[in-house]
Design a protein around this ligand. Sequence first.
Ligand SMILES: Nc1ncnc2c1ncn2[C@@H]1O[C@H](COP(=O)(O)OP(=O)(O)OP(=O)(O)O)[C@@H](O)[C@H]1O
Length: 405
Amino acid sequence: MSTKKRRQRLRTRKRRFRQRSGKVETTKNKQAELQVGAKMESPAVELDGSFMEGGGQILRVAAALSCIGGSSVTITKVRAGRSTPGLRPQHLSGLQLVSDMCAGVLQGGAIGSTDVSLTPGKIRAGNYTADTHTAGSVCLLLQVALPCALYGDAPSILCLRGGTNADMAPQIDYTLQVFKPIVEKFGVLFDCDIQMRGFYPKGGGEVTATVPAVKELRAVTLLERGAIAKIHGRAYVAAVLPFKLAKDMAAAAVRAIRREVKELHVNIQAVQEKEAACGNASGIIIVAESSTGCLFAGSALGKKGAHADRTGTEAAEMLLRNLRHGGCVDEFLQDQLIVFMALAKGTSRIRTGAVTCHTQTAIHVAQRMTRAKFTITKCVDTPNVTHIIQCLGSGVPNPNLDTSA
Ligand SMILES: Nc1ncnc2c1ncn2[C@@H]1O[C@H](COP(=O)(O)OP(=O)(O)OP(=O)(O)O)[C@@H](O)[C@H]1O
C-alpha cells in the first residue's frame, strides 16, 4: 500500500472514531447546528398587518427580511386598512415567490387570507417565475423578491408577470429610471428587461430581472439635493388608443412644469406602444435629475373618461410637489429604500420631504425584523422643511456567498 493511501486510511479511521465519540462535525451535524443556531438567534416575529399603513407593503418588507434574516414571521389582520382586506393576487404571488426562493413554508397563502406566516429556509439562487394572473404590479413583485435574490449563492433570474404600469405602484419606468440608479449606491445591481407591457385590467405584462448576489450592502448618504439639472419623460399610449392622447399628455405636463421651472428644457417624448404591449392603456412618467444625482418622478395613468391633459397635469404636479420640498428622494422612493438601509453595513442618511406613512410603516417592520436602528430628525431651513432618515444598518452579510474570496 502506498504511503498516500495509508495516510488517507488513517485519516478516515480517526474521523470515524471522532464521529462515534461525537467530536467531529459532519456536514449534516453542521447543518443541523446551523439551523438550530439560526432559530435561536432569530426568534419568530408576529406583526399586526393593520399597523399604520395597514397595506401590502407590510407583507413585502416582512417577508423579504424574514427570508434574509432567517426568522419566521406571522402577519395577522393582513391589509386590514384596505377596502378588500386579506391577500390579493399580487401579494400572494409575491409571498409564494419568496417562499420558493428560500425553500420556505408559507401558511395561510390563499386569496383573501388575513393571517399568513412564512418559515424561511436557505435562499437558493435560480430561475423563478411569479405570475399575478391580473394587472397586479410586477414592480411590487420585484420589491419583495429583489432583496432575497441579493442574498442567494449566485445570480438569480426572476420572470415576473402582471401589470408593468399599474396604479398605486411604481410604473416599470419608475423602477428602472429612479429606483434602480439609487439602489445601485447600496451595491444592489440588477438588470431588468421589459418583454411585454401589461396594464389594467388584463395584465399580461412580463419583465425579467437578473440579480447578482452580494456579499453585503453598503450604507448610503443622500443629503445634498443640488440643483435640478434635467427633466425628461415619456407619455405613452398602447394598442388602439390614438397617438394624439400621448402628445396631449406630454404637452399638458410640459406646460404645468414650465409654470414653476422656467430655466430648464423639459423633454417629454410621446410614444405609441405597439407590439410589446398587452391591452389599451395610456400613461406618463416624468423624471427630474439633480446636479448631485438625486432622482424624482411624477407619474399618472390615463383613466376612462379622463382628459389626456388632466393625466399629464397630474403627473407634472406630482413631480413639482417633490421638487418643492428640498429633499433628496421623492415621496415613493423613501419607503422603497428602507429595506436596503436596514440591511446595509454602516450608517445611511437620507434627506426626505415629509416622511410618509408607508415609510414609517416600513421602518417599524424593519426594526422588528432586524437589528437596524432608525431615527428621524426634522430640519427647518426656511423655506424648506426636510427630514433626515438615519439608519444604523444591521450589516447582514450574505451567509450563502463565500465572503473570504
Ligand atoms: N406613483 C408611484 N410611483 C412610484 N412608486 C409608487 C407610486 N405609487 C405607489 N408607489 C409605491 O408602491 C408601493 C405601494 O405599496 P402599498 O402597500 O400601498 O401597495 P399594495 O401592495 O398594492 O397594497 P395595498 O393594495 O394594500 O395598498 C409603495 O412602495 C409605494 O411607494
